[in-house]
Design a protein around this ligand. Sequence first.
Ligand code: 5RP
Length: 289
Amino acid sequence: MDWGLKNRLAKIIKPADGKAVMLAVDHGYFLGPTERLEVPKNTIRPLLKYCDSLMLTRGILRTSVDANFPVPVVLRVSGGTSIIGEDLSNEQITTSIKDAIRVNASALAMSIFVGGKYEHQTIVNLGKLVNEAEEYGIPVLAVTAVGKDMVRDSRYFSLACRIAAEQGAHIVKTYYCENFEEVVNSCPVPIIIAGGKKIPERDALTLAYNAIKAGAVGVDMGRNIWQSDYPVPMIKAVRSIVHGHATVDQAYDMFKNLSKESPPPKTSKPSASSKQKPSKPTKKRKKKE
Ligand code: 5RP
């Protein structure tokens, strides 16, 4: 592996323990101002020092993150769809490698939609992105996006993750499911899990714990951190599982104790154990996580 690629990967997956806490704040690229991420800089600022890397688009990076803060960036470079558009799987690469280098990205991220209408396009684009990124020693993280018609089981996720790895992805981000070991075992590159929609904190910590136990190297969590009423205690609790070998009980106790000392966020309405608030778009929302 080229020195640059290895060095960038080490910024994302910490060599000390081979684990990673990535904070996902890229949701606006197709969801717009989703709940608790309406003003990204307010959401991101308090959490920055607790994540190993930050996953986001160039627009939010440039407008909402202090360039003086040395957080490694996983830059989402795919997009082109919206929650009210025709088909979320119709993504293309929207950010050039030059711009990724300009913002000093440590990795590039894009979604593939295995089983989706635009499966072919997104998988070919992953291959092309890896071709280009390898030239500059930049790792690529492939996100296995799940369409509403897909069964979220280990068979599907094994298929999607393996295809991503076969195309050369250096890290694969996917969703936790039963028998997750099967997904990990059949994917030759490190796997991190997304958190998915907001669930109660204890459940989200259990998800992280089970994923790590099954062999995931870490989490790329978004809503289950910043849609919590207590985002900083939540990210600290997640960290304690990923990097600190904490059990679910220990992590949840940590969350509860830290929450007592923290004021709830002022940005928008609480949703600690709630579901996402329906947003405004007029068309029926499509499902993609
Ligand atoms: C969307 C993404 C998000 O970054 C991903 O879903 C992680 O966030 P969350 O934990 O909220 O699911 O890649 O395609």
